[in-house]
Design a binder for this molecule. Structure first.
Ligand code: THU
Length: 160
């Protein structure tokens, strides 16, 4: 039987986002400036809004041992989860730019970052809104889980 999965998202101008989301986008853009990305020259910034209103940021951190580096999203998510373990993560905004080449796209999180977002979403039993932006436009997904259909989760594992 053929089945399908539908993903809903909104695409709009950043100026059409509500005030708090625009602030989060600005924080993600600012955070990208502190990326350590000497190898890819691709600077990514992520900003999370927590349930208490705090904004937590992260940026990609690379390493000459390439796989040792980490994406901006996971730097921010692990920062929030380790320092604010009891606060929910309401929204994540992500932005990317390069000074070395022309990158105008709306950045899309990698699979590993989607997996991590989804686990926190499941853990907190509340949606994480995902806002992906370039200089002018935003894609808004209401729920991180929508970005990762057929996620690997713990439901079938022993003792879970
Ligand atoms: N990167 C992120 O930080 N987030 C993404 O969503 C995509 C990729 C980083 C990883 C690496 O430092 C660089 O961008 C190039 O892949």
């Amino acid at each position: 039987m053929e089945k399908s999965i539908n993903i809903n998202y909104n695409q709009l101008a950043i100026s059409e986002l509500d005030q708090l989301d625009q602030e989060l986008v600005t924080a993600a853009k600012e955070a990208s400036k502190n990326a350590y990305a000497p190898y890819s020259k691709f600077n990514v910034g992520a900003a999370l809004k927590l349930g208490n209103g705090d904004i937590i940021v992260g940026n990609n951190q690379e390493n000459i041992a390439y796989p040792s580096g980490l994406c901006a999203e996971r730097v921010a998510l692990f920062n929030a989860a380790s320092n604010h373990p009891n606060e929910s993560i309401e929204t994540i905004a992500v932005y990317a730019a390069s000074e070395s080449f022309d990158y105008k796209d709306i950045v899309k999180p990698c699979g590993a970052c989607r997996q991590v977002m989804c686990e926190y979403e499941i853990k907190q039993s509340a949606n994480i809104k995902v806002i992906l932006v370039n200089e002018t436009e935003a894609i808004v997904i209401d729920k991180a889980g929508d970005l990762l259909p057929f996620i690997f989760d713990a439901s079938g594992l022993k003792d879970s």
